[in-house]
Ligand binder design. Structure first.
Ligand code: GCU
Length: 333
């Protein structure tokens, strides 16, 4: 455990010493993420690694670090920002404190349908506004990964928004998520993903909110048996790269890295659809009860927050408005 904790520090130290990343004449490209090796994010990243190394294997050695091995998401984003590592896959929820443009995806009930979510994530206008916008913070988005729909799950049965009242629920380290959970009448406990299992098990929190894979891949279904489909958010994961690293690539290399990330997204999205179905079945076997609930009643509680969040942060408006257009386009389809 101690070794694992020290690893990020060691990386930073190596980076500062300038010995960070060359091994046998190859530039080591480090990618961190918080999921297990069975998770779609990891499956997508393996394709990224393969595509880059098949073409540039004499120059680059891509190394993937799963399971928060380089630290929690927030820590790994910091490492990517400084260039101690080159990429991280993280939720937009966790990016929010680094650049609040990412809080747009934490707006509850932002997307009216899964098809609107997919379309928005592939929308050229949104990508052009979002991806390079954080360059001054040292990182930029390269691609996105599907992370499904987020729902609440708890240690006690719940069905209505009133049932959330007074519960203590884990959220990502994101101010918007704290506001959302408060608007539902619950108390928010921001913490890293890796801490959630123990916090539920020890009764520090009453539950959390996430997609179904958290129940199985992260075993939360062992300790929280009630999962409701209130569908409050669709929050993507992003592949974030260090700006200096990306700009150090030749045009040809950059093209290969970008193509690799497109392929990673394609593979991750396919794997996502398969894995989420598998997770539901597996979670049921673990004794998790999935409940359909009256989504409109949950929506009512947090809709005022939508307006408030957009009014508070002008940066969000153009992306928010484009998403509203996409919501309409998909309704009429
Ligand atoms: C999802 C998401 C992760 C994120 C996690 C969380 O699993 O894919 O990127 O870290 O939620 O709630 O922290």
């Amino acid at each position: 455990m101690k070794k694992i904790r020290f690893f990020p520090l060691l990386l930073v130290f190596c980076f500062l010493c300038g010995c960070q990343s060359i091994n046998n004449g190859k530039r080591i490209v480090r990618i961190a993420h918080s999921q297990s090796e069975a998770h779609p994010d990891h499956i997508g990243l393996l394709e990224f690694e393969k595509y880059v190394e098949d073409r540039l294997g004499d120059k680059f050695d891509v190394q993937i670090f799963p399971n928060e091995l380089l630290g929690s998401s927030v820590r790994a984003i910091e490492l990517t920002q400084t260039g101690a590592i080159d990429f991280v896959v993280c939720s937009t929820g966790n990016l929010e404190t680094f650049d609040n443009i990412y809080s747009v995806f934490s707006i509850p009930y932002l997307f009216n349908s899964t098809s609107a979510y997919y379309k928005a994530m592939e929308d050229k206008e949104i990508r052009e506004k979002l991806y390079p916008s954080t360059k001054s913070s040292g990182f930029q988005a390269v691609t996105w990964f599907d992370a499904g729909t987020r729902n609440f799950y708890t240690t006690m049965p719940i069905s209505t928004p009133e049932d959330l009242k007074g519960l203590k629920l884990r959220v990502q380290q994101s101010p918007t998520n704290v506001s959302m959970v408060k608007a539902f009448g619950a108390a928010a406990a921001p913490m890293s993903f890796g801490e959630v299992y123990t916090a539920i098990q020890q009764g520090v929190i009453d539950g959390a909110e996430n997609n179904e894979l958290a129940l199985t891949n992260n075993k939360h279904g062992e300790v929280a048996k009630y999962y409701i489909y209130d569908q409050h958010q669709m929050v993507p994961d992003m592949l974030i790269g260090n700006v200096r690293f990306l700009e150090s690539l030749s045009e040809e290399e950059r093209e290969i890295f970008y193509k690799a990330s497109d392929i990673a997204t394609e593979v991750e999205r396919k794997a996502w659809l398969v894995e989420v179905e598998r997770a539901k079945q597996e979670a049921e076997k673990m004794g998790v009860e999935f409940r359909k609930v009256d989504v409109e009643r949950f929506k009512e509680k947090v809709l005022p927050l939508q307006k408030q969040l957009v009014e508070e942060n002008e940066k969000l408006r153009p992306i928010y408005e484009r998403i509203q257009e996409i919501n309409k386009e998909e309704e009429n389809d």
